[in-house]
Design a binder for this molecule. Structure first.
Ligand code: HEC
Length: 111
């Protein structure tokens, strides 16, 4: 028996597949965008007064951008857990994995 699919039926299937994939792509995008925004927000509210544009107003030799403390999330966390000089300690950022990861992702993008 030959299964006969009408062209309109075929088009509807294609349309549904397209719509489902688009909504998945959009959801994934929205998630990474939110994360990025959270990191940027944390940086702006906690760090950028001393580190505008990833620089360092107190010690120009110790900018955030390109810092070797950003090599891994662990080295970053370690630095923030034992900050030096005038660098403040932010336990609520370090203790929240979401905040720490979001902040880490953001500081890595500062060029
Ligand atoms: C009150 C000013 C101030 C604030 C706010 C501040 N920092 Fe700093 N930061 C410093 C100073 C000063 C140093 C250099 C410390 C030293 O003498 O080694 C530094 C150093 C760093 C370094 C290491 C640079 C290197 O390679 O040695 C990183 C990374 C860093 N800060 C990230 C951050 C992040 C992320 C935040 C926000 C959560 C932040 N800082 C908030 C003052 C500040």
């Amino acid at each position: 028996m030959i299964l006969k699919v009408k062209p309109t039926g075929f088009l509807i299937v294609i349309l549904v597949i397209t719509m489902v994939s688009l909504s998945v792509i959009r959801a994934v995008h929205a998630e990474s965008r939110d994360n990025f925004t959270l990191g940027e927000r944390i940086f702006k509210s906690h760090c950028s007064s001393c580190h505008p544009l990833g620089l360092n107003v107190h010690n120009s030799k110790k900018p955030v951008k390109g810092s070797k403390t950003l090599v891994t999330l662990a080295t970053f966390k370690n630095y923030l857990s034992n900050p030096m000089g005038h660098m403040p300690y932010y336990p609520h950022v370090i203790e929240s994995e979401d905040m720490l990861k979001a902040l880490y992702q953001y500081v890595k993008t500062i060029k």
